[in-house]
Design a protein around this ligand. Structure first.
Ligand code: ADP
Ligand code: MG
Length: 258
């Protein structure tokens, strides 16, 4: 679905160095790494919001720079880490905005657009705050409304920067489950950033582990969530064993230096 080759990016100092990755169609990929390792910067390049200093990005084998902004907007939905809104919109109006990537303006939405927006609010459990002002919602509620809007865009590729950061454990699980289902059922391709290593272990098809702007490792949960790697990258004393219920890797902090 998407392929990046040898990406470099600097603000003033280098932030991303020689990163190459591929997102398979219909898969759930997760980007993990410490604060400041360059996850958001990398995702912004994949969302076509930042242009790499060096390297190439292909969307379905076409170079980004040869694709129109409109086509990119129809294929890729991106939700940023910060979810503040300037305008006083209701949650439903905000989700409906996701349909505008298809060309028509506000007030020109059709029945199909309204139905899709409502469906995505149901799937993200946000229909309870249908008419609420978006800025009057809690951080976690607003985050789910942002996800509903991105889904209403009906993208082929969904890029989510820490979509579960403010969610309680139940909404974290339902969000990961929903995304996983959409990859299977709708052939949606998802890349998300999270610090939830155990949810990643349970749901990710592929993990990219970033350290200081470079890919430290990539692969399946069992390949990437390895105790020695995680201890090195996060500089923390950890225990990685197998979850006896799911047999996925399980990451636990160790509070004392045993
Ligand atoms: P992460 O998402 O992994 O926490 P970021 O990609 O946000 O990391 O940031 C990577 C590095 O780039 C950090 O050192 C951060 O301070 C820096 N950085 C991020 N955005 C900017 C910016 N707009 N201008 C200058 N430096 C930035
Ligand atoms: Mg970030």
């Amino acid at each position: 679905m998407l392929k990046a080759e040898n990406l470099y990016f600097s603000y003033k100092t280098p932030v991303i160095e020689d990163v190459s990755l591929a997102l398979e169609k219909g898969s759930l990929s997760v980007l993990i790494g410490p604060n400041g390792s360059g996850k958001s910067t990398l995702m912004k390049m994949l969302a076509s919001l930042l242009v790499p200093n060096k390297g190439k990005i292909f969307l379905q084998n076409k170079l980004f720079k040869d694709i129109s902004r409109r086509e990119i907007a129809q294929q890729i939905a991106y939700v940023a880490q910060e979810t503040k809104v300037e305008f006083p919109l209701s949650a439903f109006e905000f989700v409906l905005q996701g349909r505008f990537a298809y060309g028509q303006g506000f007030g020109f939405e059709q029945e199909k657009d309204l139905e899709l927006a409502k469906k995505m609010m149901r799937l993200t459990f946000t229909d309870d705050f249908f008419n609420r002002q978006i800025n009057a919602l809690s951080g976690g509620e607003r985050q789910r409304v942002f996800l509903a809007r991105a889904l209403a865009q009906d993208p082929k590729l969904l890029l989510l920067d820490e979509p579960t950061a403010n969610l309680d454990i139940s909404h974290q699980v339902t969000t990961f489950k929903l995304l996983k289902e959409l990859t299977h059922q709708e052939n949606l391709t998802v890349l998300l950033i999270t610090h939830e290593l155990n949810l990643t272990a349970e749901f990710a098809d592929k993990i990219f582990l970033l350290k200081n702007g470079k890919l430290f490792s990539q692969g399946s949960p069992k390949e990437v969530l390895v105790q020695s790697s995680l201890e090195k990258v996060f500089e923390t004393n950890l225990l990685v064993d197998n979850n006896p219920k799911s047999n996925s890797p399980r990451v636990t902090v160790v509070g004392h230096n045993y």
